[in-house]
Ligand binder design. Structure first.
Ligand SMILES: Cc1cc2nc3c(=O)[nH]c(=O)nc-3n(C[C@H](O)[C@H](O)[C@H](O)COP(=O)(O)OP(=O)(O)OC[C@H]3O[C@@H](n4cnc5c(N)ncnc54)[C@H](O)[C@@H]3O)c2cc1C
Length: 487
């Protein structure tokens, strides 16, 4: 992720500071006509010559991973049942259309990358349009230790950060992002944290502070708790240089939840909502899945497509491997509605970055009634924002951005605090492996539990080392698991 890094590279390209290879701006088109169609089926249905290895499959969790898995199984003729606890599907993809009437504001998963082939292929299949996020008017700026940095002052930081990225990209070239734990140097890289790597870099303290704040905000965990192997695996998954420039370029016109709705409609009554699973019992013959509503489903294989933080709400027999506890991050969105495009009173662009309480903010929608401005942070900054009384949060957040936008709070008419860690079926934001976790948990998360009993597979963003934390990770993991079960 690293959105500040992406912005710096964008400025560097515009200003001619860049030495990294320029990104391919036609990636979206390339992906549409190329490999992506093969990944998720594109418009054509998946046709399998062999009958599926597992006739009946139960998928638990109707987020993007479970939905993608279920539609892929359905197309292969598998008898699939998707059980979703809530009345709506989509999970951590949640679109609001009330704050700015008629405009989509994403409360969870928001940006799609031009390098996200599964999202692109599903969008094409269901006739959805991905639109490029327009570049802001105004000068890019960073608030570092309460002071505004802008314009040419960003050049040194750009050059220093680019030198670090070049090293990371070289390391990523050795990694298979689907199975990073198989790399020859996997244990060494997994044993190191992103913080250790950055601390050793020959760059200024300011550049280190920016790199760390940016990644902590994006990955939701302290830099000392980020596996370096996980980090370079995402770079490999996102296409090396393109990872930094193309990972958050687009959004789905009308709102990202349109994809969940389209997949839910395709599944029809194979998707059962308000069906929270409370136990999964696996024997040699089959798996028995029981819901809180008293329903029991028998299947030959189970796909667990819920966040690891929700596993404890299910009784597993036999239990899940005891030490399998993938690290989950903490991120929140505070979305303020402002009566006017306040940044126009300055010459600063609305998309702004900081090492303070709000680490990144951007314009998320604009309508006749005002604008939605999304403020985002992660890890300890999320803890600090959550700890504030509800009526003090918007003021504290606006104060943190005051070096760029003084008196922002006076423009605020409403706010939505999307507190994902407080959602009982999420209890956080998204995953990021701690040092040691890619090698320890990776094989089980990717290949499932094959213990002679009914097969148990895992899907979800936390199982995709190529796109950890992204909607693309969820979608691609669902398709990958479905294909593994189809055989
Ligand atoms: C604040 C925030 C910002 C983000 N920004 C981006 C972004 O810009 N770009 C991007 O690509 N991604 C982003 N993401 C991440 C993205 O939203 C997730 O990676 C993705 O949606 C996860 O999908 P999933 O299917 O793995 O899990 P989920 O979406 O969590 O789906 C799991 C489903 O399982 C259901 N469930 C849970 N327990 C049970 C049970 N016992 N029985 C039945 N059902 C159950 C849940 O209700 C849920 O519907 C963001 C996430 C957050 C929180």
């Amino acid at each position: 992720m690293g959105r500040m890094i992406k912005q710096l590279l964008r400025i560097g390209r515009r200003e001619g500071w860049r030495s990294l290879r320029p990104s391919r701006r036609d990636l979206l088109k390339t992906a549409l006509i190329g490999t992506a169609a093969g990944v998720a089926g594109g418009k054509a249905s998946l046709i399998f010559a062999q009958p599926a290895r597992f006739r009946r499959v139960a998928v638990i969790g109707g987020g993007f991973a479970g939905l993608a898995c279920a539609v892929t199984l359905q197309e292969a003729g598998v008898d699939v049942t998707l059980l979703e606890a809530e009345s709506r599907s989509g999970g951590r993809v949640l679109t609001d259309r009330k704050l700015i009437p008629g405009e989509a504001v994403e409360l969870g998963g928001e940006f799609v990358g031009a390098n996200h082939p599964t999202w692109i292929a599903f969008a094409e299949r269901y006739g959805l349009t991905l639109t490029e996020v327009p570049e802001d008017e105004g000068a890019e700026a960073y608030i570092l230790r309460g002071k505004l940095i802008r314009g040419h002052q960003l050049k040194n930081l750009h050059d220093e950060i680019e030198s670090v990225l070049e090293k990371l990209i070289e390391m990523a070239k050795e990694i298979d992002p689907i199975r990073p734990f198989a790399a020859a140097n996997a244990a060494a890289l997994d044993g190191q944290s992103f913080l250790e790597f950055v601390s050793q870099a020959a760059i200024s303290d300011d550049a280190k502070t920016i790199l760390i704040a940016d990644e902590e905000s994006d990955n939701g965990v302290p830099a000392g708790r980020m596996s370096l192997l996980a980090y370079v695996s995402m770079i490999a998954g996102g296409g090396f240089e393109d990872y930094f420039e193309s990972s958050e370029t687009h959004g789905c016109a009308g709102g990202n939840d349109a994809l969940a709705s389209a997949m839910a409609a395709a599944l029809g009554d194979r998707l059962q909502s308000r069906s929270a699973v409370k136990s999964i019992e696996r024997t040699k013959e089959s798996a028995r899945i029981s819901t809180e509503a008293g329903q029991v489903i028998e299947a030959d294989a189970v796909v667990l497509a819920i966040p690891p933080t929700a596993w404890e709400q299910i009784a597993f027999d036999p239990p899940l491997p005891r030490r399998l506890k993938p690290q989950f991050g903490q991120n929140v969105k505070l979305i303020v509605k402002c009566d006017s495009p306040f940044w126009k009173a300055t010459d600063i662009a609305p998309e702004i970055y900081s090492d303070g309480l709000i680490q990144v903010a951007w314009k998320s929608a604009e309508g006749d009634e005002g604008v939605a401005y999304t403020m985002f942070n992660g890890a300890d900054k999320t803890a600090a924002l959550r700890a504030l009384p509800a009526d003090a949060r918007a003021r504290a957040a606006c104060d943190a951005l005051a070096p760029a936008f003084p008196k922002l709070i006076d423009r605020v008419t409403r706010d939505i605090f999307m507190d994902w860690p407080a959602q009982p079926r999420v209890k956080g934001s998204y995953s990021f492996p701690a040092p040691g976790q890619v090698t320890r948990f990776g094989p089980t998360l990717v290949d499932g539990v094959d213990d002679g009993l009914a097969r148990l597979m895992f899907a979800g963003e936390h199982t995709s080392f190529a796109f950890i934390g992204y909607m693309e990770g969820a979608l691609s993991s669902g398709v990958r698991v479905a294909k593994a079960l189809i055989g």
